[in-house]
Design a protein around this ligand. Sequence first.
Ligand SMILES: C[S@@+](CC[C@H](N)C(=O)[O-])C[C@H]1O[C@@H](n2cnc3c(N)ncnc32)[C@H](O)[C@@H]1O
Ligand SMILES: [Mg+2]
Length: 260
Amino acid sequence: MVSVYGVLEDVRNLLCRKQGGSHRIKDHTQLLKPCNPLSRKRIITSIMADSKEQRTLDYVLQNAVRGDPQSVLDFIDKFSENEWAMHVGNVKGPIVEKVVTETDPSTCLELGTYCGYSAIRISRLLKPGTRFLTIESCPANAAIAQQMIDFAGMQDKVKILQGSSQEIIPRLKADHQVETLDFVFIDHWSECYTPDTKLLEECGLLRKGSVLLADNVVYPGAPDFLEYVRTSGRYDCTNFPTHLQYSKKEDALEKAVYRG
Ligand SMILES: C[S@@+](CC[C@H](N)C(=O)[O-])C[C@H]1O[C@@H](n2cnc3c(N)ncnc32)[C@H](O)[C@@H]1O
Ligand SMILES: [Mg+2]
């Protein structure tokens, strides 16, 4: 049986996805125009108030230890084992951590914050003074992530930039004093991976040795990104086969080191 809750959640995810993708919806209420104002208000309240992301945050706030990033990650994982979610998770997480530790970055960028899980995982490893910027197009997700990061005690290490990657990347130098990026975690919608990689190059944000690490290159899959980084002659690539978070499905991360 399809639950009303599930339908609302699908609609909400669709709205967030549309907002981050190329078909950006300027005004979500347009979609609900055929409804009368009261129904419209009820639907919007339902969609935004009790999302899976909000319930994940509530679960963490009720159970995890404030100021303890590992505890926050553990409770996000625990919640997501019952209700699948897009966090990089506790199987791929250690691979991401290994690459970050080996890279020892001073300036990091993440594309796709979601609830802040990977931002917490990565930022806790960074040496003092390292900058970690994370871009999230969905305002509701960005708000949840900020609360999650605050609760984990990582608020001084992580800066969320709310907006789409396509709009924010070209402004990183002027608005956020970024010279070049040492490490980029690419984990938003896979159709944005290649255009955003090219945008990072065009904006002069990559230097010889900059490390890109892309999630979900097998599931849901990013074939055009894999082809670009493996055949353009601009990157040295390594594949890390693994499994999709909270699932037995096959997935992989791709590390691409810019040749400069
Ligand atoms: C897979 S989730 C990120 C998971 C997160 N990195 C983690 O592991 O905890 C993808 C997120 O990217 C956001 N997103 C999608 N396209 C985007 C874009 N073009 N710019 C910024 N954020 C985007 C979505 O709203 C969603 O919250
Ligand atoms: Mg991912």
